[in-house]
Design a protein around this ligand. Structure first.
Ligand SMILES: Cc1ncc(COP(=O)(O)O)c(C=O)c1O
Length: 295
């Protein structure tokens, strides 16, 4: 498959896709988006992503202006144009921008939302990458406060995360674990964070200032089914440093073990048994969902 991009009704190869410079999404990051994992012919956790898109938009005083059906049809058309087969895993990014209008911050004169969809081959981690796990770093930069720009809204304003990732890379790590102003663990730059201690799972609560990950929601449900105790509770850096296992989750990459933090191994420095078990259940749940969606 090859990358195809939908912009306001037209699907083209990536290099031909253009958005107007006057779009407030381009000018101010004034947009909302979702990234879907297209797997075995289905958009995984479609409803959860569409609900979150609407809730992100509401936090920006934005009306989406497209029905869920129209959004799904446009995503399917873009994936088809990209030539994805049922054996491909695709990355599908859906962006609703504020739209074009007068320059200036005031969006009240911007009549129509813009719609952009990117369908590209998914960059899923190989089996070796999963076994190696991620090397994370605590960084100095804080996750922004909900009173400044609520991290529970997935918006085109991602500089907080962009800079955090860069600073983690400068520190020699794969990704950052970000804290809030109270010194509590929030999340990684594009993934939620979990700790396993004595067989039980703990993940930061929503009010730590995190995105409500669709994968996080599914993992909490899968733990309940599997009889694994799982709670959302405040975590501090030492809880991660002394955990038996740590992992992160996001839609396209799924669950990835964290095998070191600030250069120090987590547990014995390899993917732990509880992470492996939940990861297996997650992949199986996605396959079952795809089969049900296609049926
Ligand atoms: C900041 C942040 N947290 C968490 C996630 C994970 O969310 P999901 O599981 O819905 O992909 C993402 C996904 O991109 C993210 O950007």
């Amino acid at each position: 498959m090859e990358t195809r991009i939908y912009v306001d009704g037209e699907i083209t190869p990536a290099e031909q896709a253009c958005v107007p410079v006057t779009d407030h999404g381009f000018l101010f990051g004034d947009s909302v988006y979702e990234v879907f994992w297209w797997h075995r012919g289905a958009l995984i956790q479609q409803r959860e992503h569409l609900e979150r898109l609407e809730s992100s938009a509401a936090r920006l005083y934005m009306e989406v202006q497209f029905t869920r059906e129209a959004l799904v049809d446009a995503m399917q058309a873009t994936v088809r144009a990209a030539g994805a087969t049922v054996d491909d895993d695709a990355y599908v990014r859906l962006v609703v921008t504020r739209g074009s209008g007068p320059l200036g911050l005031d969006f009240r004169q911007v009549p129509r939302r813009g719609l952009i969809i990117v369908a590209a081959p998914a960059n899923r981690p190989s089996a070796e990458m999963v076994e190696r796990g991620l090397h994370m770093a605590f960084i100095d930069r804080l996750r922004m406060s909900a009173r400044a720009l609520d991290p529970s809204a997935k918006t085109g304003n991602y500089l907080n995360n962009v800079l955090a990732l860069h600073e983690a890379r400068l520190a020699g790590a794969d990704d950052a674990i970000m804290l809030n102003a109270a010194g509590e663990v929030t999340e990684a730059t594009t993934a939620n964070v979990y700790v396993i201690r004595a067989g039980a799972l703990v993940t930061p609560p929503l009010d730590a200032g995190i995105l409500r990950g669709t994968t996080r929601t599914r993992i909490l449900g899968l733990c309940a089914e599997a009889g694994i105790e799982a709670v959302a509770q405040t975590l501090r850096p030492d809880d991660l440093r002394t955990a038996d296992e740590v992992f992160v989750s996001s839609s396209v990459k799924g669950l990835m073990p964290v095998t070191s933090i600030d250069g120090v191994p987590v547990g014995d420095g390899a993917m732990g048994p509880v992470t492996r078990a939940i990861r297996g259940r997650f992949e199986a749940a996605a396959a079952a969902e795809a089969a049900a969606q296609r049926a």
